[in-house]
Write a protein that binds this ligand. Structure first.
Ligand SMILES: [Zn+2]
Length: 155
């Protein structure tokens, strides 16, 4: 499985989790039943300060003691995650892999081979000093691997 395939699989796995979760936007409110807790969940469930009821069924997604943690969770709701993963999919699409004839100089001779390279970052007829300098993955894909905590090498 290539790095591209592993990154796409990880993005799809995370997207499925975000789709399955309570849709956003999420918000924070002081939980009236459990003193000391903050509730985090669907923004329509926010109980305004001084009120003790909102219409409808609103179950919090989480109860959190620390307001900063509650605000962090609410700010990273499924809608936020989906926007991020859709951005990652666009990066993967823009930096897809193509087999190209790539050349390099080694021992004074020019050599060529069909190699899998980034369609955007390694132009046609690219030439490198050595075969080792031909990038296995471009910087954008390496950044994506770091963001998703996916190992670059498959071994
Ligand atoms: Zn690239």
């Amino acid at each position: 499985m290539t790095l591209h395939d592993r990154l796409l699989a990880e993005v799809e796995r995370r997207k499925a989790l975000a789709v399955a979760a309570m849709p956003g936007p999420w918000a924070v409110w002081r939980d009236l039943d459990a003193q000391g807790f903050y509730a985090v969940g669907e923004a329509s469930g926010v109980i305004p300060e001084g009120e003790n009821w909102v219409d409808g069924e609103h179950n919090p997604t989480a109860h959190v003691y620390v307001i900063e943690d509650a605000e962090f969770i609410a700010g990273h709701d499924p809608a936020d995650a989906l926007r991020r993963y859709e951005h990652y999919e666009r990066v993967l699409e823009r930096h897809s892999i193509i087999w190209r004839t790539i050349g390099w100089m080694e021992g004074g001779d020019t050599e060529y081979a069909e190699l899998p390279v980034c369609v955007r970052c390694v132009p046609k007829h690219s030439h490198f000093r050595t075969r080792a300098e031909v990038p296995q993955a471009c910087d954008d894909i390496l950044d994506l691997a770091a963001a998703l905590d996916v190992e670059v090498s498959d071994g």
